[in-house]
Ligand binder design. Structure first.
Ligand code: MEV
Length: 442
C-alpha cells in the first residue's frame, strides 16, 4: 500500500485529500479509513462482511422480515467543512455519485472548503382543531397556558430537557378546509437536540392534546409532527477559485459562467429544478442511508421547501463574482445522532464513529455540504462534456457483471470495453469471451 496515503491521526490536521484512494483494494481503503478515524482496523472489518446487519437485529427492526438488503458502502474523499476534513460514508448503488462528490469536494476545498451552519434543532408538532374556537380564544389560551404546557410536557421528557432540549413555545395557525370552513392548528415548537425528534414530538403532541381539549372545550383531530421542519435548517456555501495555477482540477471562468447559466435555468424551470434537486439528493440520501437517517422525511421536506415561494425551484444556486464561482443552499434537515437505528444497526454506529460526529447539527452541516458538492459536480458535467461519458465508464462494471463476469474478470472486461469505446452488453460478452480464452480483452 502507498504509505503517502496514510492520513495523520491528529484530527485538527488530518487531511481527507487522499490521491489514488479510488485505485486501492477495498481492504486498503478500509485501512486508510481506520487510520483517518483513529479506529483499529479490526473494528471496521464488519463493514466488509455481507452480514453487516445481523439477522436477529433485522428481525426486530421491521415486520414480516425474511432477509436483509444490501447496498455498496463507499467513502467520498476531499471534504473540508467548517475547517475540518471528513471522509464521508455514502451508501448508494448509482455509479459516479461518490466519484463526483469527491471531485467537487476537491474543487471546493481549494478556497478553504465549505462553510455550513445549522440552526437549533427545532421540530414542529401539530395539534389540529377541525371545529376550532375563535382565533382570539385559541391565541389567548396558548398565551395564558404557556408555562403550564411547558411544565407538563417537559416533565414527561426529562432526558431531553437534561440534554438542553424540550418544549419552546406554541403558535396558532388558521386555515380554510377545501369547503372554506375554518380549521386551526397549534404548532408546538420543540427543541429535540441530537434526535431526529419524531418520537419526542409525537409524544408531546399526544400529551398536549387533552390539555387543549380541556382548555378550549373543543375536539382535537390529529396530533402529529410536521415533516416540514422550517426552523431546523442548514445554510451551506462554498466557492471555487477560477483560473488558478494550483495543482489538481481547475475551473475556467467560461466553465463557471456556464454553471451559473445552468443554475439560472434550474431556478426558473420546475422541470429542470426537479432534476437538479435529484442530483443534490443523490449526495444527501447516500449519506443519510449510510448514517441510518429517515431519508423519506428529508426528501419530503426538501421538495416541499423547494416550492416555498409558490413555484418549485432549485435548492442550490451558483453565481460568478470576481474570480470565484459561489454556491449556496438553504435546506431543512431533520437528522439524528441518537435514537432511531443509530445505536441498533452496527454499520450505522460505525459510520457515525468514523465521522466522529456526535451532534445532529454537525451531521446536518456535513450532509448539506455533500448535497451542494454533488450539485456542483453534476452541473459542471452537464454544462461541459455531459454526464454520460463518465457515467458509462463507471457503469461498465455493472454491464460486465450483468454478462456474467466474476469480480476477478470485471477489470479486464471493463478495460476491453473502454479500449473499444463501446460500453454495451454485446461488447461486454465479446470481451468476457476473450478474457476467458486469452486472459485479456484488448
Ligand atoms: C443523475 O442521477 C443526477 C443528475 O441528473 C443531476 C442533474 O441533472 O443536475 C445528473
Amino acid at each position: 500500500m502507498d504509505t503517502s496515503l496514510t492520513p495523520t491521526s491528529d484530527k485538527s490536521t488530518r487531511s481527507s485529500r487522499l490521491p489514488g484512494f479510488y485505485k486501492l483494494s477495498a481492504k486498503d481503503r478500509l485501512q486508510i479509513v481506520a487510520d483517518f478515524a483513529s479506529i483499529p482496523a479490526q473494528e471496521l472489518e464488519h463493514l466488509q462482511s455481507a452480514d453487516g446487519l445481523p439477522a436477529d437485529v433485522a428481525l426486530c427492526m421491521s415486520e414480516n422480515v425474511v432477509g436483509r438488503f444490501s447496498l455498496p458502502l463507499a467513502f467520498a474523499t476531499n471534504f473540508r467543512v467548517n475547517g475540518a476534513d471528513y471522509i464521508v460514508p455514502m451508501a448508494i448503488e448509482e455509479p459516479s455519485v461518490v466519484a463526483a462528490a469527491s471531485f467537487a469536494a476537491r474543487l471546493l476545498r481549494k478556497d478553504d472548503g465549505i462553510s455550513s451552519i445549522a440552526t437549533e434543532p427545532i421540530m414542529i408538532g401539530q395539534i389540529h382543531f377541525p371545529e376550532p374556537p375563535p382565533r382570539e380564544t385559541l391565541e389567548y389560551i396558548v398565551r395564558e397556558h404557556h408555562e403550564e404546557l411547558k411544565k407538563h410536557l417537559d416533565a414527561n421528557h426529562p432526558r431531553l430537557v437534561a440534554a438542553g432540549g424540550g418544549f419552546q413555545y406554541a403558535r396558532v395557525r388558521y386555515l380554510s378546509d377545501p369547503d372554506g370552513r375554518p380549521i386551526a392548528v397549534v404548532h408546538l415548537h420543540i427543541d429535540v437536540r441530537d434526535a431526529m425528534g419524531a418520537n419526542a414530538v409525537n409524544s408531546m403532541a399526544e400529551e398536549a392534546a387533552p390539555l387543549f381539549e380541556r382548555w378550549t372545550g373543543t375536539r382535537v383531530g390529529l396530533r402529529i409532527l410536521s415533516n416540514l421542519p422550517m426552523h431546523r435548517r442548514v445554510k451551506v456555501q462554498g466557492s471555487v477559485l477560477l483560473d488558478t495555477d494550483t495543482d489538481g482540477p481547475n475551473m475556467s471562468r467560461d466553465e463557471a459562467l456556464r454553471i451559473e447559466e445552468a443554475s439560472r435555468f434550474a431556478e426558473v424551470d420546475p422541470y429542470r429544478a426537479v432534476t437538479a434537486n435529484k442530483g443534490v439528493m443523490n449526495g444527501i440520501d447516500a449519506v443519510l442511508l449510510a448514517t441510518g437517517q429517515d431519508f423519506r422525511a428529508v426528501e419530503a421536506a426538501a421538495h416541499a421547501f423547494a416550492s416555498r415561494d409558490g413555484r418549485y425551484s432549485a435548492l442550490a444556486r451558483w453565481y460568478v463574482e470576481d474570480n470565484k464561482l459561489y454556491g449556496t443552499m438553504d435546506i431543512p434537515l431533520a437528522l439524528g445522532t441518537v435514537g432511531g437505528i443509530t445505536a441498533v444497526h452496527p454499520i450505522v454506529s460505525t459510520t457515525l464513529k468514523i465521522l466522529g460526529i456526535q451532534q445532529a447539527q454537525k451531521l446536518s452541516e456535513l450532509v448539506a455540504a455533500v448535497g451542494l458538492a454533488q450539485n456542483l459536480a453534476a452541473t459542471r458535467a452537464l454544462a461541459s462534456e455531459g454526464i454520460q461519458r463518465g457515467h458509462m465508464r463507471l457503469h461498465a462494471r455493472n454491464i460486465a457483471m450483468l454478462v456474467g463476469a466474476t469480480p476477478e474478470e470485471v477489470p479486464a472486461v471493463v478495460a476491453g470495453m473502454l479500449a473499444r469505446e463501446d460500453i454495451k452488453e454485446t461488447t461486454a460478452r465479446l470481451c468476457l469471451e476473450l478474457v476467458r480464452t486469452s486472459g485479456q480483452a484488448h
